[in-house]
Design a protein around this ligand. Structure first.
Ligand SMILES: [Ca+2]
Length: 328
């Protein structure tokens, strides 16, 4: 038995709703609510069926098969009217692999399409992996497919890591038109974030799921490193690094200089030599007196200077790989 996008509600069988004694059912994107007996019974209930373990795209609790267990909010079930009403958790909770509804949204769980006149598009913003301490923005549209103007009563987020354009509060979305607004993400730590923004439009709540992950700031590679020999010294010069790999403006706390008398083993095996702050030049004094050839590799650094002093004070050969380990 394979079932999708169905509502099982108000069944009065005392045994239960789905008999799993003879075959293991394949039930997903469905809603079970208000049934007298248990929802699933028998020896072949699939693992995880009916066990809340996740949240669906609406942000509602669901099992691993995206089944939900919430009041479908039928219009008038006593009189046989099983249309959904505004705020029903079944709206847009069907299988997103099915063709979209005429209003451009995911299909409903249940037999009836629930046209939405007011829509957040998208209703889920994932900012992805973002370097900490910077702010990122994205745009969301409020679409009004109805024939009357809609008023945004209020809107809010719960966490300070997410923000939005406060000027939408009290704004009007004209009939047949849309209004764009920005949402923002400002990760402070290396961790995942999620929140549910709520926008109340003409008294009805619309949810916007916000997600993102804070990651470490990684400077761009140093460019235009030149080495000139002056007497027995090697003088290094390079261009300042001004951006991270994600294009954020940065000022490195230091530049780390690594060296090797061979290029055979790659940058990971270069040895730590020294660090400089504020400068984009370094002189390796007297190197020509003890080496036939020398290769350098310079890297921008963001972080505490103290640890660099400690590494320098160790005064022993440290490969770049080991160096990065110590920084962790
Ligand atoms: Ca829909």
């Amino acid at each position: 038995m394979t079932t999708k996008n169905s509502i099982f509600s108000y069944n009065t069988s005392n045994a239960g709703v789905v008999d799993c004694n003879y075959c293991a059912p394949n039930i997903s994107y469905s809603d079970f609510f208000g049934n007298t007996g248990i929802n699933f019974f028998g020896s072949l209930v699939p693992a995880g069926l009916g066990v809340i373990s996740s949240t669906n795209l609406n942000g509602d609790p669901c099992d691993v098969y995206y089944n939900i267990f919430l009041d479908p909010l039928f219009a008038d079930p006593g009189n046989g009217n099983y249309n959904l009403t505004i705020g029903s958790p079944c709206v847009d909770a069907g299988d997103p692999g099915f063709p979209l509804d005429p209003d451009g949204t995911t299909i409903e769980i249940g037999a009836f399409y629930f046209p939405q006149t007011i829509l957040l598009d998208p209703d889920n913003v994932d900012f992805g992996e973002r370097e900490i301490t910077f702010t990122y923005t994205d745009t969301v549209m409020i679409r009004n497919n109805g024939e009357e103007d809609a008023v945004i009563d209020t809107a809010y987020v719960n966490q300070t890591y997410f923000g939005f354009d406060q000027s939408i509060i009290g704004a009007v979305v004209p009939a047949g038109d849309s209004l764009a607004f920005w949402v923002s993400f400002s990760p402070e730590e290396i961790t995942g974030y999620s929140d549910m923004m709520q926008v109340i439009i003409d008294g009805s709540m619309h949810n916007l799921i916000l997600e993102g992950e804070g990651i470490e700031i990684i400077p761009l590679p140093v460019e235009n490193l030149t080495v000139s020999i002056e007497g027995a010294d090697a003088v290094l010069n390079w261009d300042a690094v001004t951006q991270s790999v994600q294009g954020n403006p940065i000022t490195p706390d230091a530049y780390i200089i690594f060296y090797s008398d061979s290029t055979v083993y790659g940058y990971e095996h270069y040895q730590y030599l020294w660090y400089v702050t504020g400068d984009t030049t370094f002189t390796h004094i007297g190197v020509a007196q003890f080496a036939q050839s020398m290769f350098y590799f310079v890297e921008a650094y963001l972080g505490e200077i103290g640890i660099l002093d400690e590494i320098t004070a160790m005064d022993e050969p440290i490969g770049r790989e080991e160096f990065l380990e110590i920084l962790k």
